[in-house]
Design a protein around this ligand. Sequence first.
Ligand SMILES: C[S@@+](CC[C@H](N)C(=O)[O-])C[C@H]1O[C@@H](n2cnc3c(N)ncnc32)[C@H](O)[C@@H]1O
Ligand SMILES: [Zn+2]
Length: 301
Amino acid sequence: MSDKEIRTWEAEEFKHHIDLPWQQYLDRLEKGLLKRALKPTSWFVDLGGGDGRLHEVYKDVSQHKVIVDYSLDMLLAAQKKITDPRNQNTYLIAADITNLPFQSNVFDGGLMLRVIHHIREPSSALEEANRILKPGSSLFFEYQNKKNINSILKAVMGFTSFKNILDQSPLEVKPLFWNYSPGYIEGLVRQYFYIDQVYGGGIFWNRKLITTRVKKLEDLDLMLAPLLGKIKLTHQLFMELRVKKEVKEDKTFGKTPGNNILSILQCNRCKIGSLEYFKGSLKCEQCGRMFLLSNNIIDFR
Ligand SMILES: C[S@@+](CC[C@H](N)C(=O)[O-])C[C@H]1O[C@@H](n2cnc3c(N)ncnc32)[C@H](O)[C@@H]1O
Ligand SMILES: [Zn+2]
């Protein structure tokens, strides 16, 4: 994918966005759902992990953590957040999630929240996630549902067309920002994953009405999330996915990665070479390509 095709975020822009009261509400709901879904892992990957917003939830459940994002600015913000030395097992990788610099079958858990809506070809991101995750491991995933109650009411009142809601195709609501119908996204997801559970993100049909924190409503939303996941009328839908993959006799299957980031990395240009430290960078032992290592961020863009 070319840089133009990637919707990177800047840290200030994201902070501004997430500080809105209804975003804070969703932030807490997402963290609550994620906390419930997480299982202990050895290597965990946060795909499109941005400024490390969700790191606090998975940091103690996973031994090694990897945040991947295309935006250096977001990764630098993540680095500022993760200064506690107990968190030194967190690695920051600048890369496109549709062309990842990891060997196959190395992670035993991961998440992808608020990211798939920026990917023009969502199946390529799902395929890559499937490739790097071990068979049977979990991915916590979120997408934005175009058939949400808010859009349906707008169409009923004549503010928007029903066509957008009724058909299955992705709807580009802003440049490089798509909303999907549950049928479309579940069809794609099922090529690579089993869907173990679906959660709906909040009973409020208009989240912008939320201006103050009401803890009891948040608890109610967490409780209702599995039911809302069956109804599928909320704007955000979350899924607990499990990797669907044939176990083949291949050198990566059953291999336990080491404790060092080099033990899981693989050149994303020739797609076979392992990497070694060379003059302050990482060098592919196969094709010779160099990847810059700066501020503890390895740049594979
Ligand atoms: C809305 S932010 C969400 C960040 C984080 N997942 C969270 O929930 O707080 C979307 C992130 O996806 C990143 N992103 C978008 N397209 C990407 C791509 N193709 N590869 C890697 N990161 C990407 C953006 O830079 C941004 O940090
Ligand atoms: Zn290479």
